[in-house]
Design a protein around this ligand. Structure first.
Ligand SMILES: Nc1ncnc2c1ncn2[C@@H]1O[C@H](COP(=O)(O)OP(=O)(O)OP(=O)(O)O)[C@@H](O)[C@H]1O
Ligand SMILES: [Mg+2]
Length: 231
């Protein structure tokens, strides 16, 4: 039933369970992301935040439960279609970087555009604009091993956003930043998301970062405890 809100979520996880070895990372987690919404996922270390993000982004398949994207069962898609969809519609910022070590910041950000068919020159020009937005234009020529943690995180955000995805998954995108830099990065992320209608799933342990979101869900021991509106 549509009770006045945008009732159909863009992305929905229902009753997810996921076990890593003997650790039950998710036990009945459910969460929804609406189109254009910024949702913060918070919770203690080890509560299952990254696992939930990976399941929603189609990177990890849950053991039980469902992940639905635009009405389609993501958790049941064959790997080939799943990776095509991820490349086209999703941008991911991993908790521990995953920039390509051999490439400069500029080429790391240009790569998704080149994979989508842009020429190297066009891709690099757009990549430069995105580095600028996140305040790391001056580091365009550095390789990940030559960057600070915060510079690498900003570069990862630029890479996740450069293709204009429908959903951005950001796992602790400000984890290596001080509070001023966090504010700058969050402002850039939120403006970009609002301008382009991009939905953002933002994992963070920082209440000041979570406050940028429209809504917050808190994970505890692998399940979601709703905490209501934050902004
Ligand atoms: N690949 C893995 N192999 C074994 N255990 C794992 C693996 N990934 C996660 N876990 C375990 O699953 C649980 C949830 O991990 P997850 O990374 O989802 O937590 P998190 O909330 O993101 O924590 P943090 O805030 O520290 O990043 C933890 O107990 C963790 O040790
Ligand atoms: Mg994590």
């Amino acid at each position: 039933m549509n009770n006045g809100e945008n009732a159909v979520p863009l992305l929905a996880a229902r009753d997810l369970a996921k076990t890593h070895g003997r650790t039950q990372a998710l036990r009945g987690a459910s969460a929804e992301l609406r189109a254009g919404e910024i949702l913060a996922v918070t919770g203690a270390s080890g509560s299952g935040k990254s696992t939930l993000l990976h399941c929603l982004a189609g990177i990890v398949r849950p053991d039980a439960g469902s992940v639905t994207y635009g009405g389609e069962r993501l958790d049941r898609l064959p790997e080939k279609r799943l990776s095509g969809l991820r490349r086209g519609d999703f941008g991911v910022v991993f908790q521990f970087g995953q920039l390509i070590p051999e490439l400069t910041a500029l080429d790391n950000v240009a790569l998704p555009l080149m994979l989508a068919g842009s020429s190297r020159g066009d891709a690099q020009a757009r990549a430069g604009e995105w580095l600028e937005r996140f305040g790391v234009r001056g580091q365009a020529g550095l390789r990940p091993g030559e960057m600070s943690g915060g510079q690498a995180q900003r570069t990862s955000l630029a890479r996740a956003l450069v293709t204009g995805p429908k959903v951005v998954f950001a796992d602790e995108p400000t984890g290596a930043l001080d509070s001023l830099a966090s504010e700058q990065v969050m402002t850039a992320l939120v403006h970009t998301a609002r301008d382009s209608g991009t939905a953002v799933l933002l994992v963070t342990h920082d209440a000041q970062v979570a406050a940028y979101a429209d809504r917050e869900v808190r994970l505890s021991d692998g399940a979601v405890v709703p905490t209501g509106v934050t902004a």
